[in-house]
Design a protein around this ligand. Sequence first.
Ligand SMILES: [Fe+2]
Ligand SMILES: [Fe+2]
Length: 248
Amino acid sequence: MSLYAIGDLHLHFNSRVWAESQLNDPVWKDHELKFVENCNKLLNDDDTLVLVGDHSWGKKPEQCEADLDYIRRLPGRKILTRGNHDKFWDVNKTEALNEKYQPELNFLQNNYMTYKDYALIGSKGYTFEGPFYLNREGVIIGWDEEKELHANGLINRESRRLVKAFEMAEADGFSKFIMFLHYPPTNILEESSIFTQIAERYDVKEVVYAHCHGHERFHDSILGEFRGRNYRLVSGDYLNWVPEKILD
Ligand SMILES: [Fe+2]
Ligand SMILES: [Fe+2]
């Protein structure tokens, strides 16, 4: 019995949207086949797999159905969190999704789930991703402040959602936590953020995030040990489509 995580499957069985980077990077070629094969080799029925967002390229719910069915057929218990591309998932309709896809798929948002004596807390998170302005030497000398202001609003909202979920789990007696974000907890300028502070406040053991694609983005945020917790990037292309074991 183990807990695994991966993110950013970016499935497209019913949609024709593709990111340019996915067409050019061989890691994305037949990635849905590679991923199923790896899951079948690695996962048992009593394992839990957390998929941390960007499940589907579909823009409408009906364009995501085949993608969710694909996830449904993977071995083990599946828990999903929201990514920035998951247009099928209205945050206020999470309960309806949970009703529709139970028992195979579990949508983690404004609630918490459990693994052994851990509470699993998840939300999309957010971080300001620019645009940043560089000088000729490639040093950042400024950024779009209006976009930063907008980002700060989203960061505050996401942090409130996370705290609420931690409070719910705490009220039910949980004191051990794993935190799942879609966005990295910090951006390229930050050493810490409201999300690292929340992880510290609740003594989170593992912080798991995705969203960063391609070699030039894999080191955008914290990797490994930082102020007493472990940070893991689990975007599918970073893991080459092998789910990462988080806990035994
Ligand atoms: Fe993504
Ligand atoms: Fe993303």
